[in-house]
Design a protein around this ligand. Structure first.
Ligand SMILES: Cc1cc2nc3c(=O)[nH]c(=O)nc-3n(C[C@H](O)[C@H](O)[C@H](O)COP(=O)(O)OP(=O)(O)OC[C@H]3O[C@@H](n4cnc5c(N)ncnc54)[C@H](O)[C@@H]3O)c2cc1C
Ligand SMILES: *[C@@H]1O[C@H](CO)[C@@H](O)[C@H](O)[C@H]1NC(C)=O
Ligand SMILES: *[C@@H]1O[C@H](CO)[C@@H](O)[C@H](O)[C@H]1NC(C)=O
Ligand SMILES: *[C@@H]1O[C@H](CO)[C@@H](O)[C@H](O)[C@H]1NC(C)=O
Ligand SMILES: *[C@@H]1O[C@H](CO)[C@@H](O)[C@H](O)[C@H]1NC(C)=O
Length: 538
């Protein structure tokens, strides 16, 4: 009897517990709605989306970019908010604190681990979609861009209003300004102008106290932290003031495909010590993928590609001099405008620029569900090491996998690694992105695919940066470490992943976090931890 009762009671407890927590949650949910509505009686119906109204799922689904986080068991927000004013954000913070709810903030929804719209705790989702104005000051070559804008909207507006200026940002037009800027942000111009955050000169931040701060009132340390320390740790960035750069007049792109049977391995091996030394006008990379050749045999194709700020006539002699092994010819090169090059590299239709404004289109480069990881390489990999990479790319799990190398160097070597929280500057030859994709219907086998990336990652360990093994915060990967579920992660525990993303800058990030958000209100799986009071030095 005793043992029976023993085994029954935890079950009974669980049922009672989950019933009562459901009731508490329903209350928190209603109390939040009540709190917010009393502060904004006119706007609440357009800003608040509760699960019982149809806009809830249309807003929620609108920017889920990775269907790994669109399953029936993925935790959903209690309430979604689409603020259209700063005061809506301030009231959301105020009311969620009062009722013990967490907040997740989403701009473009591209977070690799869904951290902008998934939480294991009862949470509210602030979707920045209605805060996406772009104000360009052509004369002073600056612009204010709200976080809810996507990169495509910024590019479009810049061409429309200032056909001589652009901004050094990323390739995929649907990426949100909010998350992209928060983690650094590289793109086609990064070897010439640095990361997107290197070109931010002011910002508007709503902090955990609900204050609206600009660069002056937040202070230089907080302003430093929000430009690369990762989204969702310091507050909600409403807008960024950016420095614009001259619009390149003409761009030449090339792609040269080599399969293993065409000595791809040798050429890849050589690329490693050449690409980072190319002039700053180059953005150069290699993408590897499995393909089927004659007779159904599988092999690996290495696609050498580059975007060059200049003409084919200028490009060819440089390549013949520095990388003759690639055998680049005039026929491999295509000249186009800068904006066309964005569409071309993103495999987007180029007949109209309107695609840049389309927030909802599914990027053709992106698998519906995916898992990605990143590495940085500081010494060329030995040629023999590539054999193990090809073997893994030929495995069954890797049918929709890619590995990309992106050359560093240029101005990245000159910007000090402490200038912003993003530390991967001098001495990097190239960055690697590993991605495996699958159809949403295949989500039940997610783990099978994810395991493939882990095996590959472990194989690569001897050939990439070590102590720490570096990673890019904007390619979030919870495999490298995660905060404790109770929200009480220590600095030491968080260092496991924090040092990989931020190296020596992690300490300052934790100090800034402790100063601006001592109660750790803004938190997620990889948010910056707070320090105990005695460790504060700022
Ligand atoms: C198809 C694709 C292409 C990509 N291309 C590039 C590229 O070329 N270069 C590059 O550097 N990266 C690239 N990335 C990575 C991308 O920069 C990150 O995923 C980035 O975080 C996305 O920003 P988001 O606003 O779309 O994401 P979200 O998922 O909305 O946000 C990401 C993180 O930032 C937080 N956050 C969002 N908005 C705010 C805000 N207003 N204030 C504070 N925190 C906020 C979120 O809570 C979350 O933690 C790409 C990703 C994808 C999926
Ligand atoms: C939906 O739920 C919210 C909060 O739970 C409640 O306040 C509201 O009246 C409900 N609306 C409808 C249309 O049922
Ligand atoms: C591959 O390399 C070998 C030896 O260097 C050379 O003989 C052969 O022509 C190369 N093949 C191709 C397709 O480049
Ligand atoms: C658009 O792409 C097509 C096919 O790649 C190409 O032939 C055409 O020249 C491109 N148009 C422009 C304006 O670049
Ligand atoms: C994934 O890897 C883990 C650890 O090696 C293993 O236990 C699990 O069975 C694997 N899952 C699948 C679906 O391959």
């Amino acid at each position: 009897m005793k043992s029976l009762r023993f085994s029954a009671s935890p079950f009974v407890f669980l049922v009672i517990f989950s019933l009562s927590s459901a009731i508490v949650l329903a209350h928190a949910n209603e109390k939040f709605v009540h709190c917010f509505s009393s502060l904004h009686p006119q706007d609440s119906s357009s800003v608040i989306h509760t699960p019982n109204i149809s806009s809830y799922s249309s807003v929620l689904d609108s920017t889920i970019r990775n269907f790994r986080f669109a399953t029936p068991t993925t935790p959903k927000p209690l309430v979604i908010l689409t603020p259209s004013t700063v005061s809506h954000i301030q009231s959301t913070i105020h009311c969620s604190k009062q009722h013990g709810l967490e907040i997740r903030t989403r701009s473009g929804g591209h977070d690799f681990e869904g951290s902008s719209f998934v939480s294991q705790f009862p949470f509210l989702l602030i979707d920045m979609v209605n805060l996406r104005s772009i104000d360009i000051d052509v004369e002073n070559k600056v612009a204010w861009v709200q976080s809810g804008a996507i990169l495509g909207e910024l590019y479009y507006k810049l061409v429309e209003e200032a056909n001589t200026l652009t901004f050094p940002a990323g390739l995929c037009p649907t990426v949100g300004i909010g998350g992209y800027m928060s983690g650094g942000g590289y793109g086609l111009l990064f070897r010439k102008y640095g990361l997107a955050t290197d070109n931010v000169i002011d910002a508007q931040l709503v902090d955990a106290k609900g204050r609206l701060l600009d660069r002056k009132s937040m202070g230089e340390d907080v302003f430093w932290a929000i430009r690369g320390g990762g989204g969702g740790s310091f507050g909600i960035v409403v807008a960024w003031k950016i420095q614009l750069v001259p619009l390149p007049k003409i761009v030449t792109l090339y792609t040269v495909n080599r399969i293993l049977e065409q000595n791809a391995t040798q050429v890849v091996h050589q690329w490693q010590s050449i690409a980072h030394k190319l002039p700053i006008e180059f953005y150069s990379g290699i993408t590897f993928a499995p393909i089927k050749i004659d007779g159904g045999k599988k092999t690996v194709v290495a696609s050498f590609h580059a975007s060059f700020l200049g003409t084919t006539d200028e490009l060819l002699p440089i390549m013949q001099e520095s990388f003759p092994e690639l055998g680049l010819t005039r026929e491999d090169c295509t000249e186009m405008s800068w904006l066309q090059s964005i569409l071309y590299m993103g495999l987007l239709p180029n007949d109209t620029l309107n695609i840049l404004l389309d927030r909802s289109h599914q990027n053709p480069l992106l698998s519906p569900s995916f898992k990605s990881k990143s590495d940085y390489v500081t010494e060329p990999m030995p040629e023999s090491a590539f054999e193990g990479v090809w073997e893994r790319l030929l495995e069954e799990e890797a049918d929709a996998a890619t590995i990309s190398f992106i050359a560093y160097g240029g101005i990245m070597d000159q910007i000090p690694s402490t200038a912003t929280p993003y530390p991967h500057r001098g001495g990097i030859l190239y960055k690697i992105v590993y991605s495996v994709g699958w159809a949403a219907e295949d989500n039940a086998r997610s783990q099978w695919y994810v395991n493939w990336t882990r095996r590959l990652y472990s194989y690569m360990a001897p050939f990439v940066s070590k102590s720490p093994r570096r990673a890019y915060i904007n390619y979030r990967d919870v495999d490298i470490g995660m905060n404790d579920e109770n929200g009480k992660t220590s600095y030491e525990e968080a260092s496991v992943w924090g040092i990989k993303y931020f190296m020596g800058n992690f300490d300052k990030l934790a100090q800034v976090k402790t100063m601006i958000d001592p109660e750790n209100f803004f938190r997620h799986e990889q948010s910056i931890p707070t320090l105990p009071p005695s460790n504060m030095e700022l």
